[in-house]
Write a protein that binds this ligand. Structure first.
Ligand code: BTN
Length: 241
């Protein structure tokens, strides 16, 4: 038997791809190591959460997927989404001095508008953490215009996507490491400190209530009348403060 050859994690830079998620899973199937990163200029089949499409203006976004081969038990791997959301918020603060807030489970907002989305997908032992950050967009299509923003629109002076990527990867390595070593409690506190969701009236999958907290495993606690509901998945609609 030939000795195992350790492959170094790579940063794979591409032009137009179907989806960086797809590319990352193809690399994973070929044995790519933990922390392989795929970055593209444009996606023709960008994927969002819950089966939505993620459209991008070529060259305007940071589109990346991080292959994670995590020692976490399967049931705890979705918490990597919180690590990614915190990493995006840290990167936006470090590179563009933006005060990013987090909407459960892992949208990143600036001034109440979505600036970045995170998609976690798993196949076998490979988790791919997809991050799309709006960087240089000066406008958005009509259906997104009231809800989306970019680093450029949020008022930061010209910001280089490379700098955002470097800051993102450094912060993700840090949060992921803490999650794997210390457990979710360390991330939970940090997430709550940046949360946009808590205290708001929300609707989630037909449930109308007030988001009052985050459970020890990442579930959102929603109070409906006198009853507390633990919500583990869903699309959150904000219904005001
Ligand atoms: C969301 O719906 O908010 C999640 C959007 C995630 C988009 C990113 S862009 C890079 C990676 N590749 C994809 O196809 N999707 C993710």
């Amino acid at each position: 038997m030939s000795p195992a050859v350790a492959t170094a994690p790579a940063l794979v830079r591409l032009g137009t791809v179907d989806s960086t998620q797809q590319v990352a899973f193809r690399l994973a199937a070929g044995g790519a190591p933990d922390r392989t990163v795929v970055v593209a200029e444009h996606q023709t089949q960008g994927r969002g959460r819950r089966g939505h499409r993620w459209e991008d203006e070529p060259g305007a976004s940071l589109l990346c997927s991080i292959l994670v081969r995590s020692p976490l038990p399967l049931a705890e791997r979705p918490r990597l989404g919180f690590a990614a959301a915190l990493a995006v918020a840290d990167a936006l603060g470090a590179v563009a001095a933006l005060d990013a807030r987090l909407r459960w489970p892992n949208d990143v907002l600036v001034a109440g508008r979505k600036i970045a989305g995170i998609l976690l997908e798993a196949r076998g032992d490979a988790v791919v953490v997809g991050v799309g950050i709006n960087v240089g967009q000066r406008s958005f299509p009509a259906d997104l215009a009231g809800h989306a923003t970019s680093i450029a629109l949020a008022g930061a002076c010209a910001v280089d996507r490379e700098a955002v990527l470097a800051a993102l990867l450094q912060a993700f390595d840090g949060w992921r490491g803490r999650l794997e070593r210390e457990g979710f409690a360390a991330l939970r506190e940090a997430w709550l400190a940046r949360a946009d969701t808590i205290g708001r009236a929300v609707r989630i999958d037909g449930l109308d209530g007030v988001a009052v907290g985050l459970d020890g495993d990442g579930a959102l606690l929603v109070q409906v009348g006198g009853t507390m509901h633990r919500v583990t998945a869903g699309a959150l609609e904000d219904r005001g403060a």
